[in-house]
Ligand binder design. Sequence first.
Ligand SMILES: Cc1ncc(COP(=O)(O)O)c(C=O)c1O
Length: 432
Amino acid sequence: MEALEPTSGPAPPTPFFVIDVDILDRFVDRFQRALRAHWPNSILSYSMKTNSLPWLITRMRQHGVWAEVVSDTEYELAQKLGYAEDEIVYNGPLKSRELLRQALGDGSIVNLDAQREVDWSVELAQDHPELEIRVGLRVNWDLAARCQDEHGDGDDGSRFGFNTANGDLDEVISRLREVGVVIAGLHLHRTSRTQSLDVYRAAATVAAELVEEHELSLDWIDIGGGFFGGDDASPSFDDYIAAIRATLDDVVDTEATQLIVEPGGSLIAVPVEFHASVVDVKEIDGRTIVVTDASRTNIDPLFRRQRVLDVRLESASNQTHPEQIISGFTCMEDDRITKLHNRAELEPEDRLVFGKVGAYTMCFQPLFIEYLPAVYARQGDSLSLVRRKWGIDDFLQGNYWNEDDVHARIVGPAESTSQATHHSSAVLTGRR
Ligand SMILES: Cc1ncc(COP(=O)(O)O)c(C=O)c1O
């Protein structure tokens, strides 16, 4: 689908997201330059789950960025949006047998995450001894033991991949080698608390140890995502890749082994804004509640953010207010977005712009009360609509609610008559 013609007139009605194209391009370029400087033989692969807006995926592809996907659905979306199979990194525990076989045959980078995927790879090798099957393995390694206080997965450790300590990884490597499957890659992504360089040094060290222990000759080392990424970010993309390279330099031949990175938030969080308007202002027990047409479901869908969001106000008022509670439109009491202190006094119709909200927002958006807001891409002063606001017809797609059929469900199937009714009844009840 084409974006609508860019317009540079008055701001569109709220609420809507805006992607700043120049900032996005700058971030992508910055990551690409860091890779070129420190590990030229590398792949920048965007974590599609972080924000899978079709316009954005297309922009990434146009920049030569690969797609990192974690399910069959994401894999198919990447294909639908123009990605060739050999520009896709296929991760995650939700692969199907069919797509795993297909992806291995079609040249995708595949990192196995679960025993059943190992079984399917072994089976494929046995079915097709003429093929050389090359797989990566997601490594379940102990981040807490290597980097104190960096553990971002809660107290229970990571649940992904094959564990190094309990023998699972060794067993999988032997099993695959026995049938001639090549261990071509390692995948080391870990979620960490502070995104420090030490986490990436630790991941690279695990890779180096495994390369030596198992005498691996790897096509790729996939370090995952999780990078920090502000405009003046420290560490910078450059710092991360330099640290990874320094850790692996003595152990792998960087001309033969590609470094794969899978950034999500560090590329897309900063370039995106959410624009909202004040709907109402009310005083209750000495508190000032500012009701907006935004919701936490738009910009903090997991209700996790503690910090004050980056908020710009477009208000004509020259009065400030000591404390305004910025609230969402939903009927959840805790749909309170942030508190503003000593900022312009807001009135209905004033606008608020929440910054740095591109990661894990649009893709986590519930269809709660209101549907998906519009999204614009901004270049200079002009805005192009890249997703229209969802309306009732978008919400209704894929539903079946034939009047007679809904009635038949209440009074029993004997009273339902037409073929069409029987068909949609089966759909409703899940019967085949
Ligand atoms: C395997 C994998 N790669 C990449 C990412 C992207 O992480 P981020 O958005 O923090 O860069 C994630 C996020 O959880 C992930 O699980």
